[in-house]
Design a protein around this ligand. Structure first.
Ligand code: HEM
Length: 530
């Protein structure tokens, strides 16, 4: 981090009548309750036609790392500061819940971990976390390998069909990763093989329909679906409810089967089971078999649905953007392939061999830095709170009243010119050099001593300037699962193929809902390596 580095000057905005009207509204609505906090003079036009987090970034450079944004009848505090983020996510985490996000997700995830009220969350988190134990993760590595090989075989067949002289093909890798991640999460969470890489089925269609609706709801500012009768009148809401029914029926059956074959045991015993010979290694099996963790079917279904959604698109997105970045950097792609060739040249893929894929892991983390999934964390204060002073433009702490809606912008933190050299460049190597106490006051760079044994640079090492999986008690439960899954999938792809973008990188536009994805797919030419 360069102490002297200043952020680029804010862009001059073209104002028009609509913008001015919205500014008046903004200032009127934002009066008073957040004291001296800077107010983003955003325009309505900033909110449409491009992802919201782009505008939040421009306003961060203009107004500093804690500012207030008001649009329509709503106002939000936008946080892009590591100290303030650490306070909200970790130090005073239980002063906040998921606010708007919970309102959007409750109809889909019920009382699953993401939208759950704090009491339910405490109970369920205590039971679900032990499910991600070492032997489960090891068993999952076998599942990641099997599913990734299925995808690779399909892609190989495509390159070899049609008598291709050059052994190449053009595919939408985003769609392939989405299918792969769905197959993996289905097997890992409830031992259900969607086999979406090779098949279509009503359940798969229903899952995609539901994900699509979750996206729609997270970008639509007016929750019209809460109005009475919309579920019968509005066609997309009708479809959503029928999709939800298909998935719920499928999950209910899986839960019923798991309960009928229950083999109750203490947690420690379950964590030592011989996973290499278990037919069903899923989390559902673990949750049902755990002694003393009896819970009604509805709660179990909410847990499964939450993990299905939380673990699917996020992983598909990190794979998509990793490939997007690598395909523009042939030297880095060759370096990655050389590592894969040497580490995976013989023997089965194991947790131990994956640890040696250092560069692949850094590529994934750098992709998560540039394209965080999700780009914003959402919170609402349950009680009044005093935010601590932070860095740029947020040196004084602000009082916030109960009910304040907050966006912690991971996108801004990850691309902050205050904390990252060349913040917009793809440089996986940046993580391999730990930095110590060489930057602005209070910021100690990546210090592995803070998190001994950490398998990857994380929020503790980076002191909350890097939040690939969030931080504090609501941190992702599936972080190791997701990292190993992405490592296996990326390594196996690069072992077999050279990847090029079909068009220019600018054509791969970003759109966002809960995660960042491409506008029209990630179309790539895959050429079989010789
Ligand atoms: C929470 C990211 C994969 C399950 C989170 C959060 C982040 C995140 C940033 C924190 C949200 C917040 O604080 O508001 C990711 C990324 C993934 C990934 C980037 C893939 C690369 C997974 C997987 C699973 C999972 C594979 C399940 C198998 C969850 C759950 C929560 C969560 C249940 C809620 C935790 C709680 O509130 O206690 N994830 N996730 N995630 N994630 Fe992940």
């Amino acid at each position: 981090v360069d102490k002297q580095q200043q952020p680029p000057p804010p862009k001059q905005k073209q104002r028009n009548l609509l913008d001015n009207a919205s500014n008046l509204l903004t200032n009127f609505l934002s009066g008073g309750n957040l004291g001296a906090m800077p107010v983003a003079e955003g325009a309505v036009t900033d909110l449409f036609g491009k992802p919201l987090f782009f505008s939040l970034y421009d306003w961060f450079l203009e107004h500093g790392s804690v500012y207030k944004l008001a649009f329509g009848p709503k106002s939000f505090v936008v946080v892009s500061d590591p100290i303030v983020a650490r306070h909200i996510l970790r130090e005073n985490a239980f002063c906040y819940d998921k606010g708007v996000l919970a309102e959007i997700l409750k109809p889909i995830m019920g009382k699953g971990l993401i939208p759950a009220d704090l009491d339910t969350w405490k109970q369920r988190r205590k039971v679900i976390t032990p499910g991600f134990h070492a032997l489960f993760i090891e068993a999952m590595v076998r599942t990641f390998t099997k599913c990734s090989e299925r995808t690779i075989s399909k892609l190989e067949e495509l390159t070899e069909s049609e008598a291709r002289v050059q052994k190449s093909t053009i595919v939408d890798l985003e769609a392939e990763f989405s299918n792969l991640a769905l197959d993996i999460i289905g097997l890992g969470v409830f031992n259900f093989d969607f086999d979406s890489v090779t098949k279509e089925s009503p359940v798969i269609k229903a899952v995609y329909g539901t994900l699509f609706e979750a996206e729609h709801r997270s970008t639509f500012y007016i929750p019209y679906w809460n109005l009475p009768f919309t579920k019968w009148i509005v066609p997309r809401q009708r479809k959503f409810h029928s999709d939800l029914k298909v998935i719920n029926n499928c999950l209910d059956n899986l839960i019923k089967n798991a309960k009928e074959t229950r083999q109750e045991a203490d947690v420690e015993k379950l964590q030592q089971r011989d996973y290499s010979s278990l037919k069903d290694a899923s989390l559902l099996r673990f949750l049902v078999d755990m002694r003393g963790a009896d819970v009604d079917d509805r709660q179990l279904r909410d847990d499964l649905m939450t993990m299905l959604i939380a673990g699917h698109e996020t992983t598909a997105a990190v794979l998509t953007w990793s490939v997007f970045l690598l395909a523009q950097s042939p030297t880095k792609m060759r370096k990655a392939q050389a590592e894969v060739d040497s580490v995976l040249s013989n023997g089965a893929i194991t947790v131990e061999s994956l640890k040696k894929l250092e560069y692949i892991k850094l590529i994934i983390l750098e992709a998560l830095r540039l394209y965080p999934q999700p780009p914003l964390l959402i919170r609402r204060s349950l009680r009044p709170d005093k935010l601590p002073g932070g860095y740029n433009g947020a040196k004084e702490g602000y009082e916030i009243p109960a009910g304040t809606d907050i966006f912690v912008s991971i996108y801004n933190l990850h691309r902050s010119p205050y904390f990252w050299d060349r913040p917009n460049e793809f440089e996986p190597e940046r993580f391999s050099v730990p930095k110590k106490d060489e930057s602005i006051e209070g910021w100690s760079g990546f210090d592995p001593d803070r998190s001994p044994g950490a398998m990857y640079p994380n929020e503790i090492i980076a002191d909350f300037a890097f939040l690939p999986f969030g931080g504090g008690p609501r941190k992702c439960v599936g972080d190791q699962f997701a990292l190993l899954e992405s490592t296996v999938a990326l390594a196996l792809l690069l072992r077999k193929f050279d990847v090029e973008l079909r068009g220019s990188p600018d054509e791969v536009e970003m759109v966002t809902g809960a995660t960042i994805h491409t506008k029209n797919g990630l179309w790539c030419r895959l050429r079989k390596r010789t």
